[in-house]
Design a protein around this ligand. Structure first.
Ligand SMILES: [Zn+2]
Length: 412
C-alpha cells in the first residue's frame, strides 16, 4: 500500500491519468474525496498522490546535495540536475529524499488518520503497531475485527498541528482512511480546516460508503471515483504478488468480486473462503422457511467468532449482498456463468431470480447494508445476523414468532 506511485496503481487507469494531470497542473484543491468499492486501491492511490505532491522534483525543488540516483539525468548549465522531462513531473520520482521518506510514511508533512479499535489508553501501542505492520507488509489489508473509529483526540492533535507551517514541503498532505468513521463534531472541525482560505494543507479522504459522509463534506471535496477491479487483474496479482496458486487465485478473485482487499482477506479467513460462503448462505434457509428458532440457533454459532471477529461476519454479510447482486444480474441481465460471483450455484440463482423483482432485491440490500453498519458498531454478532436475515426473509417471519431469547437481547 505504501511506496507506490501514480503510474503503478493497479487497474485504475482513469484515476491515475486524472491525478497525474492534477500534479502536472500544480494546482490542488483543498480536499479530495476518493470513493468507490472497498479494497480497490483508494488508500494506495491517496498515498501515491500525496507522494507526488511532496516529491522534490515535482515541486521543482531540486535537491541541493548531489543525488546518487540522478547521476544519469541530463545536466543543466549550472551543473544541477536539469528539470526532468515533462512526463516525469506528474508523479513521484521515487528517488529523492522526500520520496524515500514518504514511501515509509516518515515524511513530516504527510499525516495519516485511520480508524482504530480498542481503548483510548492503548492508542500509544495500537497506532505504532498498525503503522509498523503497514510498512512491513506491502499487501497489508486494513481490517477492523472490533468496532473502530477515527479518534477525536487524534483529529484534535492534528488540527492543532495544521496551524503551523509545513516542515519541509510547501504543503502538508493529510490522508484520512475510511473518513465515514468519524463523529459529527469531527466533521465540523474538518470542514473548518478544509474551507480555510490559503490553507497549506491538502486533505485526501477515502471512503467506501459515500452516503455516510455529511453532505457538507461531500460538497466541499473534489470527488474521484474508483471502479471495481477486473477479476483477471485481481487473479494475476494474487498469483504474482501474493504467491497464491492459480486455482485458489481464481476462486478468491471471483469471491472477491472486484476487490483485492476482500480477496486477500478471504485468503486468510477462518473458516476457508468457500466454507465461510456456504455457512453464510445456509443461514438464509431457516429464515426463508419461516423458522426463527433454527435461525436463532444457527446465528448463535457466530456469536463468538474466533480470530477474525467482526471481519468474518462482514465477509458473510457481503456474501449475501453478492448473492442478491447475482440474482439481479440473472433476472435482468444475460450473464454468462463467470459473470456470477456464486457461479458454482448458477442453477439455483437462475431459478430463484425468476421469482424476485428489483424492488424486493433493493429492499433486501438495504437491510443488509444496515446489518453491516451494526456489525461495524457494537451490536452483538448473533443479534445482528438474526435480525438482519429474518428481515431479509421478509414477512414470512413475524415478530411475534421470535424466540424469547432473541427478543430479550434487544431489551438493553
Ligand atoms: Zn521524488
Amino acid at each position: 500500500m505504501l511506496g507506490v506511485t501514480l503510474s503503478q496503481l493497479l487497474g485504475q487507469d482513469e484515476v491515475s491519468a486524472f491525478l497525474k494531470g492534477v500534479v502536472r497542473g500544480g494546482r490542488f484543491a483543498n480536499a479530495y474525496l476518493f470513493h468507490g468499492p472497498a479494497g480497490v486501491g483508494k488508500c494506495t492511490a491517496a498515498f501515491a498522490f500525496a507522494r507526488a505532491m511532496l516529491c522534490e522534483r515535482v515541486a521543482g525543488e531540486a535537491p541541493a546535495a548531489p543525488d546518487l540516483f540522478a547521476a544519469a539525468a541530463p545536466r543543466g548549465k549550472a551543473g544541477r540536475a536539469a528539470p526532468e522531462a515533462a512526463e516525469t513531473r506528474d508523479d513521484a520520482c521515487g528517488a529523492c529524499a522526500a520520496c524515500g521518506r514518504s514511501a515509509l510514511l516518515n515524511h513530516p508533512d504527510l499525516r495519516f488518520l485511520f480508524p482504530v479499535s480498542g481503548e483510548e489508553k492503548e492508542l500509544d501501542t495500537t497506532i505504532p503497531e498498525t503503522l509498523e505492520a503497514l510498512r512491513a507488509d506491502p499487501l497489508y489489508v486494513f481490517q477492523y475485527p472490533k468496532a473502530a473509529s477515527i479518534r477525536l483526540s487524534l483529529t484534535r492533535e492534528l488540527l492543532r498541528e495544521l496551524a503551523y507551517k509545513p516542515f519541509e514541503s510547501g504543503r502538508r498532505v493529510v490522508v484520512v482512511r475510511d473518513a465515514d468513521r468519524m463523529r459529527e463534531d469531527q466533521y465540523s472541525a474538518l470542514l473548518k480546516s478544509i474551507e480555510e482560505p490559503g490553507a497549506s494543507t491538502v486533505w485526501i479522504l477515502t471512503t467506501a460508503r459515500l452516503a455516510r459522509l455529511p453532505a457538507t463534506i461531500r460538497s466541499r471535496c473534489q470527488r474521484v471515483r474508483f471502479a471495481p477491479l477486473p477479476e483477471p487483474l485481481v487473479c494475476e496479482f494474487l498469483m504474482k504478488r501474493a504467491d497464491v496458486p492459480e486455482r485458489e487465485a481464481r476462486m478468491l478473485a471471483a469471491l472477491g468480486s472486484g476487490s483485492l482487499a476482500r480477496a486477500l482477506a478471504l485468503r486468510d479467513a477462518e473458516p476457508a473462503p468457500l466454507e465461510l460462503r456456504n455457512q453464510a448462505l445456509a443461514l438464509l434457509e431457516p429464515a426463508l422457511r419461516g423458522d426463527p428458532s433454527s435461525l436463532w440457533k444457527a446465528a448463535q454459532g457466530f456469536a463468538r467468532f474466533g480470530r477474525g471477529g467482526r471481519e468474518s461476519l462482514r465477509l458473510m454479510i457481503e456474501f449475501h449482498q453478492l448473492w442478491l447482486r447475482d440474482l439481479l444480474r440473472a433476472r435482468y441481465g444475460d450473464p454468462a456463468r463467470e459473470d456470477l460471483v456464486h457461479r458454482d450455484r448458477e442453477a439455483e440463482i437462475r431459478k430463484l431470480a425468476a421469482d424476485v423483482d428489483a424492488g424486493e432485491i433493493r429492499r433486501r440490500l438495504l437491510v443488509l447494508e444496515e446489518v453491516l453498519r451494526a456489525v461495524e458498531g457494537n451490536v452483538a454478532p448473533d443479534v445482528a445476523l438474526f435480525s438482519g436475515l429474518s428481515r431479509v426473509a421478509g414477512a414470512r417471519l413475524g415478530e411475534g414468532e421470535w424466540p424469547r431469547a432473541a427478543t430479550a437481547r434487544w431489551d438493553y
